[in-house]
Design a protein around this ligand. Structure first.
Ligand SMILES: [Zn+2]
Length: 250
């Protein structure tokens, strides 16, 4: 455990979460993520720096715009906090190391993709594909003796979802198939654990929706990306333990 490294990473990770909010809000709209400065979506007033501090400003302003009083989406502080906790967890696990940085990058990408998928039902290639290449190259650089594992896990996970897509086209999309490339490159063999957990979570969530809303729920499009991301994060931190427990049981 590297508690100092995790504590050191937490504040910068909140800032990364803040940046991910900007990406999630603007990239699907083809807007620049560099400028202009963040503004209230309702009255277009630019946020002052003290109203743009992750989590703190949301709490201080009661989740409302200082100028027009419009509610800000709870997604903003949620994305910031989730990013900060997951990035801190990477540094807690691996200390100040290249592996922690790759992990921090991976979980941050999963957070922003989930936020976009929930709102727009897309997983933009612009994020998924470069992230896949970056994680694959980094993992090969850090663990060259596992090169085959990263490549096979990426292609295998992607092929598996592609076949699932052919069998059940309504359940997912090509975005999920491409996301599986990233998951395999990041997780190696434990990608199987991640995908299984993701699918169980998605089926469980679907069943819950059906119980609450009846058959109408079937018409609602549910993004699959956040469930895959959830499974991948569990696998990233606990995949080896889960695999060992499983193979130890049989
Ligand atoms: Zn406003």
């Amino acid at each position: 455990m590297h508690i100092a490294a995790a504590a050191f990473a937490f504040a910068p990770a909140l800032a990364i979460g803040s940046f991910l909010n900007v990406v999630a809000a603007r990239l699907p709209m083809q807007r620049s993520i560099v400028q202009p400065r963040s503004a209230c979506q309702s009255c277009q007033t630019e946020l002052r720096w003290q109203d743009n501090i992750p989590i703190v400003s949301y709490l201080a302003l009661g989740g409302r715009c200082r100028t027009c009083g419009e509610h800000f989406s709870v997604r903003y502080p949620l994305v910031e906090l989730t990013t900060a906790l997951l990035v801190a967890a990477c540094f807690l696990r691996y200390g100040l190391s290249g592996q922690a940085i790759v992990g921090a990058f991976f979980v941050s990408v999963l957070v922003v993709l989930s936020a976009i998928d929930i709102e727009h039902l897309i997983l933009p290639d612009k994020i998924v594909l470069p992230s896949f290449v970056i994680v694959l190259v980094a993992n090969i650089a850090f663990f060259p003796d596992r090169t085959l594992e990263w490549v096979i896990a990426a292609l295998g996970a992607s092929l598996f979802l592609f076949l699932a897509l052919l069998a059940y086209p309504r359940g997912m999309g090509m975005g999920d198939v491409k996301l599986a490339l990233l998951l395999g490159a990041a997780l190696g063999w434990t990608v199987a654990v991640g995908m299984l957990i993701g699918m169980i979570a998605a089926v469980g969530f679907g069943a819950l929706m059906m119980m609450q809303h009846g058959l109408d729920a079937r018409k609602k499009a549910i993004p699959f990306g956040p469930f895959l991301a959830f499974g991948a994060i569990v696998a990233y931190f606990a995949g080896d333990a889960i695999l060992n427990a499983y193979t130890g049981t049989f």
